[in-house]
Design a binder for this molecule. Sequence first.
Ligand SMILES: NC(=O)c1ccc[n+]([C@@H]2O[C@H](COP(=O)([O-])OP(=O)(O)OC[C@H]3O[C@@H](n4cnc5c(N)ncnc54)[C@H](OP(=O)(O)O)[C@@H]3O)[C@@H](O)[C@H]2O)c1
Length: 292
Amino acid sequence: MSNLDAAGTYTLGDRTVKRLGYGAMQLTGPGVFGPPRDHDAALAVLREAIAQGVNHIDTCDYYGPHVTNLLIREALHPYPDDLVLVTKIGARRGADKSWLPAYAPDELKAAVHDNLRHLGLDVLEVVNLRIMFDTHGPAEGSIEPTLTVLAELQRHGLIRHIGLSNVTPTQIAEGRKIANIVCVQNQYNLAHRADDALIDDLARDGIAYVPFFPLGGFSPLQSSTLNEVAARLDATPMQVALAWLLRRSPNILLIPGTSSVAHLRENLAVAALVLPDEAIARLDRIDAGRAG
Ligand SMILES: NC(=O)c1ccc[n+]([C@@H]2O[C@H](COP(=O)([O-])OP(=O)(O)OC[C@H]3O[C@@H](n4cnc5c(N)ncnc54)[C@H](OP(=O)(O)O)[C@@H]3O)[C@@H](O)[C@H]2O)c1
């Protein structure tokens, strides 16, 4: 039993994962591009995650590109039996570090095969389709043509389960008519709560919600309320932000990203952090756009 068990587990596809996982995006070079500054330090973060009991790692082949998948393979292959690697397709990187859609059937198929090769797998456990109508947030538009290609790759046995990322409730409803959707990965944190109703709807249907940028991503969370609550609990603001997410809904799985072993340990220690109701009430009042 690892310390992470205190945070509980949730179903992802037909696997059970601990609610505290790890997101690998921060392991690349600056701007999620190129190799890490310190290759061995990146491997150490991944190995420490496993040593601490993490069994859910989020990645994709366009981080770097290819960098995080190759690091994961180097650090962890052959993989522990209980490890669930979740990847995503639907985007690619321009030479100028831009984030571009990659939706053509050939691009989607190539992305699945690239992920399999770089991760050293025969089948991908969960693949999120990353919708790119607007890179920065969900935007309406049919996902049917793209998701149909993914569902076909699933029928061919290359993908076990399908998730959706950067999507609206309408797109999720459309997607669920085409494939069994096991998780949704959208931006959500203490100060960005557009998905509040969606999270509750997904929880009722047993679908995992995996917030990206749980700590604010490229703009780390800043809030005097968060700082005050953390100080009273003898915790860090980032720990309190993660603990609030764990309390928010049982279907939330955390994948905080870090390039640092010290931050990783700090983030995983949240499993043992209990937020009093009074702290939750104060944190609940932190609104998007005016955190404080
Ligand atoms: N589906 C999508 O479109 C999408 C988009 C973005 C991300 N993701 C996934 O979501 C995961 C999480 O998102 P993210 O990594 O971008 O953002 P995040 O987890 O919100 O924040 C990461 C940032 O917080 C810092 N940090 C982490 N732990 C800390 C701690 N204990 N104290 C202080 N600073 C800390 C990291 O810096 P250090 O490296 O210095 O710790 C990094 O700058 C990613 O790794 C990726 O797998 C998915």
